[in-house]
Ligand binder design. Sequence first.
Ligand code: FAD
Ligand code: DHB
Length: 426
Amino acid sequence: MADATPHDATPHDATPHDATGHRTAPRGTAPRATARRTTVGIVGGGPAGLLLARLLHRAGVDCVVLESRERAYVEQRQRAGILEQGTVDALRESGAADRLDREGIVHEGIELRWERRGHRIDFPELTGGRKVWVYAQTEVVRDLIALQLADGPPLLFGATVREITGADTDRPVIHYRHEGRERTLECDYVVGCDGFHGVTRAAIPEKHRVSHERVYPYSWLGILADVPPSCDELIYAHSRRGFALHSMRSATVSRLYLQVPNDTDPAEWPDERIWDELDARFAVDGEWKLRRGPITSKAVLPMRSHVTEPMRWGRVFLAGDAAHIVPPTGAKGLNLAASDVIVLARALAHLQRTGDTDLLAAYSDTCLRRVWRAEHFSWFMTTTLHTDPQQSEFQTRLQLSQLGRIASSPHAAAELAENYAGLPIG
Ligand code: FAD
Ligand code: DHB
């Protein structure tokens, strides 16, 4: 495995480049329209790729982002909604947090609900002041794209990466198709931020990579509804009928999830059935009432845990969902993607500044420690709150006992709060 030398952190050749990394022809030579060169080639323009690009740009490290989809698609993909402090700090550092600071909603706790009672987990009290932000992934992505298109670095939509070659050489090459032509991007480093179905993972030879996986026997039906949230903080509900989660997007838009069997067709769930089932699962003694309103989106999300190790091979790095997936119950997917690229941006900036590759060499181990913690927490939240179709009464009693323990012991509650609000990065 070739480790970088100080000289490797800067572009290898003196050929001039245009704003998108295209090699522009030196005077008197024919243009080579399909060859590009950059320091860090980023595959995928989801939250991981976009945030990494901004952090590198701020640190003066040259990079290019290649995203296979078009802008509108990437901006509308409904996904996560909770940001940890570390993610918010990184968005601020990258200059992309103006709207987040205006419109993001700070939450200082969540409610756990089971057997018709609720218990609040107070994050600041249990964690020494930590809290989270409700701000949708769609908005994070929109903010990062707008800034990047205005201020750089280069971001190409409709650029589908086919393969990475030369991972263990000092010049890995990204092969991609853009505007109907096959192109290459020569890099000092390649970062795969191309999600679970991306191609970069395959650049690590199979015999050098290990994947750990668990597929859960249930999915989520996620809805968006034009109705004010029925709560001030998120509600995670355990029920013998299955799990339910009440989240929100704004003062007028609610986001709710229902546990459903795998392979559920959303068409089986007309609006009234969804509201009736949510009502049954959130049932609680006392005054609380679930507000109903027009449902504007419905989608079924499978649940999976996955980790690929190592997260680096030669000069190719994996970040975010390209390396790991968590079931969404702990709200960790987006935050883990952010923490990977925060660690990587620091390491690449450190290399460019000092010529020292130590942080880069430690990248995989540094990230995997946090990844496995988040995997455990997400598995814990998922298996404590969902009802497995094969579940015995014995297992249900264990779940109820664990929820009771969280409600009665500040230590058990603090363990949940620290993990949910986010552990320190690095
Ligand atoms: P992605 O967001 O997947 O971005 C990868 C990008 O790479 C995409 O834009 C893709 O188009 C691009 N790409 C892929 N292949 C190529 C290629 N060959 N060439 C170029 N570009 C390519 N987390 C939560 O915490 N809560 C949730 O409720 C939640 N809901 C989710 C719902 C769904 C349907 C999914 C898939 C994930 C959800 N997650 C949720 C997880 C969270 O959204 C992800 O962890 C987060 O998006 C990870 O960001 P990423 O940038 O690593 O990957
Ligand atoms: C949201 C999604 C989650 O998976 C979660 O745990 C909390 C909130 C959301 O989409 O708002």
